[in-house]
Design a protein around this ligand. Structure first.
Ligand code: NAD
Length: 440
């Protein structure tokens, strides 16, 4: 175990969100600020607040990997295990050149509250590797993933800590992790540990519906919101930042409801077309080119222009802290639904709420991934394979139930939806701690 000082830039107020991650402020401090509001609202027992204020375990591993040219490179990997009172630690593994400990701590704590809010019997974890995957071949990425998994060793496991895909990782990454872990535990236990990761390919024991699950959950929240507001999604205008797993599936599923995607942006640039962007064709372009930039069916625009587009719905689905004060002032939308984890600075959220923009928070709306991960884990435990309609039907029911709970809670307590979502999660965690107490 060691500590990391690479992200100590600390709480700069609402930085220019286009800057590098380390200049955007300390994500864990921002997460703590959000959660503190809910702690006050539910009058949480200070002992429990203390327990939840820091992760249980913060693991950093430095490991060597042989590159294609025969030379060795060192990599830094993280796994933060925030809390496991409700079940095994659970959360994604991200590969990013600016990955850092405070980011992982924030993301891990959000997973604890997300699972508690949706009544999924999991805790919260997050991890990844400080690496720019665009600089590596597929075989190098495989060796990085396998060596990282070996370095984590028994710090992960199907009953202890269960990784999943996140930014720049996918089903293939999870299959490499699973296969490595299976080989570490030995022949006799190999098949019983298939559930060590979720988000695997269906061939390797993943669940039908997992790939689109997070996008589907985002769209269920948008659908419920539209129903509540009497808003017609058919023909409405949507802008989406990030066109990876979450952004692209959200775009596809929203377009099935008649929504028109008029602006999209990613790490390579921003594009717009007032007549609409076909998400399937854009998906093909991104598969070939790795970015939305250069797509023929839309015009290139700047990032500032993107945030100023006239639209009904904004879906941030890229990285954290992309929506600062400047972006909040620029946005001309009716609602923002956070596909990404932690995309919004607290000050920016205040501006949006004051402007009358409805904000559907990440832990409520981007939880489709962890919900279907739970179904995948159950299928692995039972050696079952559920049909797509079954998986997606269960997901829809769960998302809509939680959405209504948060709506009722926020109305009753007269608070914003983020605070309501945390508060529900905190009450469930508190109830469990009160019954179980602290060992010994
Ligand atoms: P991904 O790697 O598939 O896609 C990430 C997207 O963000 C890409 O389009 C990338 O180009 C874009 N991006 C990266 N840096 C950017 C920048 N500086 N400016 C603009 N765009 C940028 O990742 P994903 O799995 O879709 O995850 C996206 C977000 O959703 C993350 O915050 C992640 O934690 C969150 N999330 C993912 C899941 C899941 O199941 N994959 C579940 C819940 C939440």
């Amino acid at each position: 175990m060691s500590t990391d000082s690479s992200a100590k830039a600390s709480a700069k107020p609402a930085a220019d969100a286009a800057t590098s991650l380390k200049d955007r402020g300390n994500l864990f401090e921002i997460a703590t600020k959000q959660i503190d509001k809910a702690i006050k609202l539910v009058n949480l027992d200070p002992d429990i607040a203390q327990i939840l204020a820091q992760p249980k375990n913060e693991l950093i591993v430095n490991f060597p990997v042989r590159m294609d040219n025969g030379k060795i490179s060192m990599f830094k990997g993280y796994r933060v295990q925030h809390n496991n009172i409700l079940g095994p630690y659970k959360g994604g593994m991200r590969y990013h050149h600016e990955a850092n400990l405070d980011e992982m701590k924030a993301l891990a704590s959000w997973m604890t509250f997300k699972s508690a809010l949706h009544e999924i019997p999991f805790g919260g974890g997050k991890g990844g590797v400080k690496v720019d995957p665009r600089q590596h071949s597929k075989s190098e990425l495989e060796r990085i993933t396998r060596r990282f998994t070996a370095a984590l060793g028994s710090n992960i496991g199907p009953e202890f800590d269960i990784p999943a895909p996140d930014v720049n990782t996918n089903a293939q990454t999870m299959v490499w992790m699973m296969d490595t872990y299976m080989n570490i535990v030995g022949a006799g236990d190999r098949n019983s540990v298939r559930g060590v990761v979720t988000g695997k390919s269906v061939t390797a024991g993943g669940s039908h519906g997992r790939a689109e699950a997070t996008g589907a959950g985002v769209v269920h929240c948008i659908t419920e919101w539209a129903k509540d507001k009497g808003f017609n999604l058919d023909g409405c205008h949507v802008i989406i930042q990030g066109f990876g797993n979450v952004g692209s599936y959200t775009a596809r599923l929203l377009s099935q409801k008649g929504a028109v995607i008029i602006g999209v942006g990613d790490v390579g640039g921003y594009i717009a077309n007032p007549e609409g962007i076909n998400p399937h064709k854009l998906g093909e372009h991104v598969s070939k080119n790795g970015t939305v930039a250069g797509y023929k069916g839309a015009a290139k625009i700047g990032r500032d222009e993107f945030f100023g587009l006239e639209a009904d719905i904004f879906v941030p689905a890229a990285l954290e802290l992309e929506v600062g004060v400047k972006e909040a002032n620029a946005l001309k939308v009716k609602m923002m639904v956070e596909g990404a984890n932690g995309p919004t600075y607290p000050e920016a959220e205040d501006i949006l709420l004051a402007k009358g923009v409805d904000v559907i928070p990440d832990i409520l709306c981007n939880s489709g991934g962890v919900i279907v991960s739970y179904y995948e884990w159950l299928q692995n435990k039972r050696s079952e394979q559920w049909e797509t309609a079954d998986v997606l039907g269960r997901l829809e029911k769960r998302m809509k139930q939680t959405y209504q709970q948060v709506r009722q809670y926020a109305t009753a307590k007269k608070c914003d939806w983020r605070t309501a979502s945390y508060a529900i999660g905190l009450e469930r965690l508190q109830a469990c701690y009160k019954e179980r107490g602290i060992f010994p």
